[in-house]
Design a protein around this ligand. Structure first.
Ligand SMILES: [Zn+2]
Length: 790
């Protein structure tokens, strides 16, 4: 259940959606798991009164729509003759778009505020739960997925289901029995999590027991006369998947992706979600208060924490010093800054108080010879080591206890831990005392624990071969569009262009769900895969077992060739990613649903939204980080200097453009961080351009082959009530609908500070301004994109 395990186990560095929220160090937290499915939500009930007028207009609009639909339905044949699609799917989609348009969209200039134009009505229709700091279109998709999974987990084994080759009724008796066993295990994990009485009765005892175990590891470091040595404690935490002062992990060697290598690097922030938060006096005071309350309520028998207020003050100061030493967020994803091949001995010398070499020997497979590490920011590691050595031991001990408490805080229920939950909620704009409904937490827990078994039953219930085929077609069309576009890019020299084209050809596309590592349609394979995980009636023990499995699995990869078949997100994840060393784009089944995707709607819908998602992921292969990886996924300088210079200049335009956008955060307007979000903004803009080209090419080919209406019977038709919009405009309306959102100000502050993505409204506003196709479709006075890279 560690944060880099379960849904997002591999090193995908560029998911479509944002990182989990503040619980960066809190991987056992339910919200983090939600974050892995998507992102964590926050709460509030405001906007209702503010949108009263909008709602009146909206109701009028819907009444009008119903009238129009009735009229059209009566004259269905006439409608089709007039080029209007009247299928249930089209009516449903049209209703959605009409509801989401601003009630006064006709008075809004789409060229200056397309977000309000396309999403103004959405905000009037959607509110946040008390446990949400935001909600958006993809969040609603995730809600549907979560409900589907809840129904699966609370239902019977689907033995009569027979719509696919892998459906239960199609399985042989032997395989069906394994399938049923897997299902029972899924339910057992869910039920243990749902057993609030048992978890409450247990209280924080499991955490206190771990704190005492940790205290017993201090040994020498407990005595002030001994040399500073935290080796045993750091290893103890690492075995639970918790990084104390630095991270160590196994990943692809960026320069040789077929090989797995040990990575060592700094932690980007301690305690608070970003080091910038340590400059916010209010937040620090609230954090201190929450920590004091939690520390004073924890009563370990071996460990000694001292007076809680004094301990907390020293601890927050210590975390602030460590965070200040950490690299900036935008540098953490920059392979040119993170890739330093060093001997294990030299890396260990940077971290003299933590017994790195000894600790790695415990973690790696017995037959693996320690040799080198990829060491990110060596100078930061040395600094962190020095800060720890200069800090009183009792403060360091309390810091280590705190890491453990925070990590497991959501694995327990108890008043002692409550202040920490309240603090996290406030930090994300949620109601302080709001908890997600338990079943939501438990659906994500099961995803983090037995994610591939869950995927099997989710896909069986919700995905189709037709959807997979259409997804593959869109992605292939995006590749074709990208290749065609290279010819238009005068700033790229021929040699770079040639290799770039090969890189596009080489991109592996994974759609829906994995058929290997493990094959989720093979119950026996799933059984084997999860054999080491033990699921019983104790929620906490299940988490420990799952963490242990994830950790061991990660370290066991050393010495074996990289498994290129593995996926980094489970099938029920509403997200997508590009993984640079694998040169692959991956789209879990759950992201292929309306409003992003539908096999039953005219193609502008899916190309405008899902096509832009596919284009986004493909563009990551050529963003400021992805461009450093060559056609084999190797970190390698394959660009000429002149082309690098031209790229940098164009990228700077995007940095500036997004720096100028503001959103309203908890303390007023805040600027989006153009550099921190550069890769994602490049991907959004490049993705939309590629999607449009792909759609144009597809339309042209359909027309040429006169297949327009043969494809799905609705191709080339308009949507009811939206016939005033051209199909090109509907393409961009579909794009905009994917990112309609509503935020609490504190969550926007949180996002801008921590996320590598721009906030949703800016993902619409900034991206369309970089699209020539959009400007032409809406007849904007200026047709030239603000910035243009791909
Ligand atoms: Zn992305």
């Amino acid at each position: 259940m560690s944060s880099d395990a379960g849904n997002n186990r591999t090193s995908e560095s560029t998911p479509l959606l944002g990182a989990p929220q503040p619980e960066i160090a809190n991987a056992a937290n339910g919200d983090v798991e939600e974050g892995r499915l998507r992102r964590s939500y926050k709460s509030l009930q405001s906007s209702w009164t503010a949108t009263c007028i909008q709602r009146v207009l909206l109701v009028a609009l819907i009444v009008a729509l119903v009238l129009v639909l009735t009229l059209y339905t009566t004259h269905n044949d006439n409608a089709e003759l007039a080029g209007i699609c009247m299928t249930p799917a089209c009516i449903h989609a049209a209703s959605g778009y009409l509801t989401n348009l601003s009630p006064n969209y006709k008075e809004i200039d789409p060229c200056t505020d397309f977000e309000e134009y396309v999403c103004g009505g959405w905000r009037g229709e959607h509110d946040m739960r008390a446990d949400q700091g935001m909600t958006d279109a993809l969040g609603l998709m995730n809600d549907r997925v979560t409900s589907t999974i809840r129904n699966i987990l609370e239902g019977e084994y689907p033995d009569s289901s027979d719509h696919s080759a892998f459906s239960p009724s199609q399985l042989s008796a032997l395989v069906a029995s394994t399938d049923r066993q897997n299902f029972d295990e899924l339910q057992a994990a869910y039920n243990a999590c749902m057993d609030v009485d048992a978890i409450t009765k247990e209280g924080i005892k499991p955490i206190v027991a771990l704190i005492d175990e940790l205290a017993a590891t201090f040994g020498k470091s407990g005595s002030s006369s001994a040399a500073v040595d935290y080796s045993d404690s750091v290893l103890y935490l690492k075995k639970h998947g918790i990084s104390a002062f630095f991270s160590s992990y196994v990943s692809d060697d960026d320069k040789d992706p077929e090989t797995q290598i040990i990575g060592v690097g700094p932690i980007s922030s301690f305690g608070l979600p970003s080091k910038l938060y340590f400059e916010d006096k209010d937040v620090v005071a609230q954090y201190l208060d929450a920590m004091t309350k939690v520390l004073s309520a924890i009563n370990p028998s071996v460990a000694s924490i001292g007076p809680a207020d004094k301990a907390a003050k020293a601890l927050v100061d210590f975390e602030a010093r460590l965070s200040l030493a950490a690299p900036d967020k935008e540098d953490m994803d920059d392979v040119t800054k993170t890739y330093n091949l060093m001997s294990v001995k030299d890396t260990a010398k940077l971290l003299p108080h933590f017994g790195l070499e000894k600790s790695l020997k415990h973690l790696v497979p017995a037959d693996y010879t320690l040799n080198v590490t990829v060491t990110a920011f060596p100078e930061v590691l040395a600094n962190v080591s020095q800060i720890v050595a200069d800090t009183p031991r009792e403060v360091v001990h309390n810091f280590l206890y705190w890491r453990l408490i925070v990590y497991y805080s959501s694995a327990v229920l108890g008043p002692e831990i409550r202040p920490w939950r309240q603090f996290l909620n406030v930090l994300q704009g949620k109601d302080a005392n709001a908890d997600p409904e338990r079943w939501r937490t438990c659906v994500s827990h099961v995803g983090g624990t037995l994610g591939w078994i869950l995927s099997r039953f989710f896909v069986e219930a919700s995905f189709s071969a037709a959807a997979k085929d259409f997804g593959n077609q869109i992605i292939s069309d995006i590749k074709t569009a990208y290749l065609a576009n290279f010819d238009n890019l005068a700033w790229m020299d021929d040699e770079t262009r040639r290799v770039a084209a090969e890189k596009v050809h080489n991109i592996d596309q994974k759609v829906g769900y994995p058929s290997e590592s493990p094959n989720i349609m093979d119950p026996e394979d799933l059984r084997k895969y999860y054999a080491p995980v033990s699921v019983g009636s104790s929620y906490f023990d299940n988490i420990l077992s799952s963490d242990d499995f994830d950790n061991k699995e990660m370290w066991s990869k050393l010495g074996k060739p990289t498994d290129m078949k593995e996926w980094g997100m489970i099938a029920s994840t509403v997200n997508a990613y590009y993984n640079p060393p694998h040169n692959e784009i991956v789209f879990p089944a759950a992201i292929m649903q309306f409003p992003l995707f539908s096999v039953d709607l005219p193609s502008y819908v899916s190309y405008g939204a899902f096509g832009a998602v596919a284009g986004h992921e493909l563009s990551h292969a050529f963003d400021n980080n992805g461009r450093h990886y060559d056609l084999h996924g190797r970190y390698n300088n394959w660009w000429t200097n002149a082309t690098i210079e031209a790229f940098t200049e164009k990228a700077e335009c995007i940095v500036e453009e997004f720096n100028n956008f503001t959103v309203i955060g908890k303390d007023g307007p805040i600027h989006v961080k153009g550099r921190q979000t550069l890769g994602e903004n490049i991907a959004d803009s490049g993705g939309l351009t590629a999607a449009r080209m792909a759609w144009d090419l597809r339309r042209a080919s359909l027309k040429k082959n006169n297949k327009n209406k043969k494809s799905n019977g609705v191709e080339g038709l308009s949507l009811p009530g939206l016939a005033d919009f051209t199909h090109e405009q509907l393409f961009y309306i579909s794009y905009g609908n994917a990112w309609c959102s509503k935020f609490r100000p504190a969550m926007l502050t949180n996002r801008v500070t921590t996320d590598e993505h721009s906030p949703d409204p800016i993902r619409i506003k900034g991206t369309v301004l970089n699209s020539r196709g959009f400007r032409e479709a809406f007849q904007c006075p200026v047709k030239e994109p603000t910035c243009e890279l791909w």
